[in-house]
Structure formats: structure tokens, C-alpha cells
Design a protein around this ligand. Structure first.
Ligand code: PLP
Length: 296
């Protein structure tokens, strides 16, 4: 069985001009062969959306949440409406094709397609995940970086697509390189008016007493699937959960903080802007165990 799998969606959208519900909705492709046109707007403009799902013990995690977010991102970019039945089938097929591993991931991509062709491109790529055990145990150092937008950017300037999972991650990657230049592992973005937002590829969560806190979704941050699972976990343990507009001083005063995301899962923060902060190793381990054990 292969260590990575590529599936091309034949009809990624329900709005395709010649949409035929009886035609096979996807084709398993050769990962080693070129597949994407150099004129695809995914490549030339980053004009599209994606999702990355964790696969634990063969089960894609937060399946419905990822697909709902995919559809919402498509709507925010005025992309053709994704055929979620076809995408769900392709994701499950990719996972079945993949050589069994404890932790894998599936990345799904929908682009506006080849320039001028008026037909979206869609594919599903599945592979084994890198080993994140070390980082889950020892933690990460982060720096706060100004994202350059106010906290209300999602409502004042929806064309900036804050909160959509677009393919345009060059800025997020640049922020990660800036973190590395400053000797840190990761980033917490801050709005230009001082509200903590999210990481370039993760959601910020922190614990204040018995309350788990995350930045409010109306701050133009991604509605995180991992954070949602962790809030369910916390509530099942009798903890409280809250969506807030946190500031750096609140984060520095927290009992523990994490950057959480699919694939890497829960990464405890041990240092913020060169200040050591407390970690809650027992809770971190319990949260990662819970996520790894989910069989949705
Ligand atoms: N925020 C951003 C900007 C992201 O790119 C991601 C994941 O890639 C997340 C948050 C975390 O989302 P999830 O937990 O659904 O992976």
C-alpha cells in the first residue's frame, strides 16, 4: 500500500456545466506524475481554498466540521459550491488507499481552475504525518507579531478574506520565517489594536483557572476544528469554555497556553516574546490523548 495517495475530483462542484451525477466523481492519480496545469489559478494566484484533516488510526477527524468550513471558505471566495458528497467520498477513498499509520493527514484543495476555463480544479492528497511527539511534550516558543489588521477586519473589509482558509499562505509562511529569525518556533498574530488572534497555522487556546479561552471567531480568525474538539473535551471534564478578545497581558497571566491545529494537535507554549510561561503538562497530554483517540 502506498505511503501517499492523490485523488483528482472529476466534478468538484455541483455547479459544473456538465455535471453528471452518474459519472465517477474522482480518479486515483499517480502522485509521481505532474497533474496541475501551470495556468491553474491555484499556482498562479493562490486563488482557492484548502483543508487539512488529521487521520488517527484510519479515521479522519472532525470530518463534518472540516467540510462545513470548506464550503464556507468557498462561499467567501465566490468559488463554485463544492460537491461535498464527492469530496467526502474522495477523502474516505484516499484514507483507505493509504498504507496504515497511527497518524496521517489528508489535504483537500479546491482552486478556481485554469484561467479562463471556468471550471474549478479539486484534489485530495493523503500521506503519513511527521512525528510531533517531541513538540507535544516539550512545547514551543512563540513571538507575537502584528497582523496589520484591526480586530474587526472581517466585518469592515470582507474582501481580505480573514477567517477563510485560502491557498494564499505566503504571508503566514513569512511570519513563520520572522519567528525563526527571532529565535522562536511559532507566532501568535495580534490585531493592530492589540487583540490576540491566532497562529499562522493554528488556533490559540489558554487556560485561566478552570476556563479554557480562545479568541472569538468574529475576530477574523479561522473557526478551528481542533479547538472545537478541545472545548468539547474540556466541557466533558467539567471545565468552562469562553470565546473572548484576549490581550497579551491576559495571555502572559494564563495558567497554560497552547497553539492547536490538525496534524500537530496540541503544542504547549513554553515561552512568549522571550518570557517563560507555565505549562500544564498533564492537561496537554490528556488533550493530545483525547484527540488521538477520537474515532469520528
Ligand atoms: N488558524 C489558521 C490560520 C490555520 O491555518 C489553522 C490550520 O491550519 C488553524 C487556525 C487551526 O485549524 P484546525 O484546528 O481546524 O486545523
Amino acid at each position: 500500500m502506498p505511503e501517499h495517495v492523490l485523488i483528482i475530483l472529476n466534478q468538484p462542484s455541483v455547479e459544473a456545466p456538465a455535471h453528471d451525477p452518474k459519472a465517477p466523481s474522482f480518479t486515483i492519480a499517480d502522485v509521481g506524475r505532474p497533474q496541475l496545469s501551470v495556468m491553474d489559478l491555484a499556482a498562479t494566484r493562490g486563488d482557492g481554498i484548502f483543508e487539512t484533516l488529521s487521520v488517527c488510526g484510519g479515521y479522519p477527524q472532525a470530518f463534518d466540521h472540516h467540510l462545513a468550513r470548506f464550503a464556507r471558505s468557498a462561499a467567501m471566495l465566490d468559488l463554485p459550491v463544492p460537491d461535498l458528497v464527492a469530496w467526502a467520498g474522495a477523502i474516505r477513498a484516499a484514507v483507505l488507499e493509504l498504507d496504515a499509520a497511527d497518524e496521517s493527514f489528508v489535504k483537500i484543495v479546491l482552486s478556481r481552475g485554469v484561467e479562463g476555463a471556468e471550471a474549478p480544479t479539486g484534489w485530495v492528497y493523503a500521506a503519513h504525518s511527521p512525528d510531533h511527539a517531541q513538540v507535544r511534550a516539550t512545547g514551543i516558543s512563540v513571538v507575537t507579531l502584528d497582523r496589520g489588521y484591526r480586530h474587526d477586519v472581517a466585518s469592515t473589509s470582507p474582501w481580505l478574506l480573514a477567517g477563510a482558509k485560502t491557498l494564499s499562505y505566503a504571508v503566514n509562511k513569512a511570519a513563520m520565517r520572522e519567528a525563526a529569525r527571532r529565535g522562536a518556533d511559532d507566532v501568535v498574530f495580534v490585531s493592530s489594536d492589540g487583540i490576540l488572534l491566532e497562529g499562522p497555522t493554528s488556533t490559540l487556546v489558554f487556560r485561566r483557572g478552570d476556563t479554557m479561552v480562545t479568541p472569538d471567531h468574529d475576530l477574523g480568525v479561522l473557526d478551528g476544528t481542533t479547538q472545537a474538539n478541545l472545548f468539547r473535551f474540556a466541557e466533558a471534564r467539567g471545565m468552562h469554555t469562553a470565546f473572548e478578545r484576549p490581550t497579551l497581558s491576559e495571555l502572559l497571566g494564563a495558567d497554560a497556553a497552547w497553539l492547536v491545529s490538525s496534524v500537530r494537535l496540541v503544542a504547549p507554549i513554553r515561552r512568549i516574546d522571550a518570557v517563560d510561561v507555565p505549562m500544564d503538562s498533564a492537561l496537554t497530554a490528556a488533550m493530545n490523548d483525547d484527540l488521538l483517540g477520537l474515532r469520528e
